[in-house]
Design a protein around this ligand. Structure first.
Ligand code: C2E
Ligand code: CA
Ligand code: CA
Ligand code: CA
Length: 274
């Protein structure tokens, strides 16, 4: 009936409003947490499959919320982006990561994630230059991870920014490779140093079609002189298959979950036999 429809709409809009209010509260709390520099940085190792050696670590933001415990970046990064907080948040992660990397073995790189909105911010190149200078971290030890969403915005401007970053001597990785619509065209259009193959492919590595795709990525990477990382590696069987496909690097819970700086170890437990 008409009435039922109206009630239904009413409930719906009340729910929407509650959701919006919750989001606003979260945004206010996040703003405070950033202001107090309470966003922590965890690190997840990227391991050489052949040797078990850690070659780099990825910095991942963690927000330890007062009452809700750890909130996933999947939730608060979106809030930070919507609330105009991502640039400040990103700068804090960059600064901490560079500083922390100075305490790691000097053949280990540190990678940070850059949001597409950070590219739109005018002074990203200066910010990166400053973080390197301030920490003393050699530029060759910093890696920046971007997703193809960076290219969806102002392509020309972002391409220029990427080129200037690369000119600094930092390396650039294409993250979440394979889940977007045009990953392949971006891979050839810009001189990336590394591709990170999305977890969804690793999850399906037992399928013949997936193996075929991975084989062609390995070939392409060879041609383009790119390094390859498999993301979301969880089992020894996946490690075995990735290694036999010629994929040199892996990251995932099999090796280690993201941990605080003090929890990192530089040789994978897997190769120590467990
Ligand atoms: P991402 O860059 O693709 O990072 C990998 C995510 O996969 C991390 O989630 C990591 O904890 C998770 N992961 C790693 N290995 C495994 C595995 O074996 N199994 C499973 N199920 N998951 C695994 P996390 O830390 O929750 O981060 C989610 C996303 O949030 C990141 O995805 C990245 O896009 C974003 N993010 C995190 N930190 C930052 C940051 O400082 N700045 C920006 N702009 N984005 C960030
Ligand atoms: Ca990443
Ligand atoms: Ca990823
Ligand atoms: Ca992702």
């Amino acid at each position: 009936s008409k009435n039922a429809g109206r009630n239904c709409f009413h409930t719906y809009s009340v729910e929407l409003k509650a959701e919006a209010d919750q989001r606003n509260v979260l945004e206010i709390e996040l703003r405070e947490a950033i202001w107090r520099e309470e966003i922590e940085v965890f690190y997840q190792p990227v391991t050489e499959l052949g040797t078990g050696r850690v070659k780099s670590v990825e910095a991942l933001a963690r927000w330890h919320h007062g009452t809700r415990g750890f909130i996933s970046p999947a939730e608060f990064i979106a809030v930070a982006e919507a609330g105009g907080l991502i640039v400040e948040l990103g700068n804090q992660v960059l600064t901490k990561a560079c500083r922390d990397a100075m305490t790691m073995p000097d053949d280990v790189k540190v990678a940070i994630n850059l949001s597409a909105l950070q590219f739109a911010s005018t002074n990203l190149v200066d910010t990166v230059t400053f973080a390197l200078a301030q920490s003393g971290l050699p530029q060759t030890r910093l890696e920046l991870e971007i997703t193809e969403s960076v290219f969806l915005a102002d392509t020309q401007e972002n391409l220029k920014t990427l080129q200037r970053l690369k000119a600094l001597g930092v390396s650039i990785a294409l993250d979440d490779f394979g889940v977007g619509y045009s990953s392949l065209s971006y891979l050839t259009a810009f001189p990336f140093d590394k591709v990170k193959i999305d977890k969804s492919f690793i999850d399906r590595i037992d399928r013949r079609e997936t193996v075929a795709v991975l084989k062609s990525i390995v070939q392409l990477a060879e041609t383009l002189k790119l390094s390859i990382v498999a993301e979301g590696v969880e089992t020894s069987e996946q490690v075995r298959q990735l290694h036999s496909l010629g994929i040199p690097l892996g990251q995932g819970y099999y090796f280690s979950k993201p941990v605080p700086l003090a929890g990192l170890s530089w040789q994978a437990p897997a190769t120590r036999r467990r």
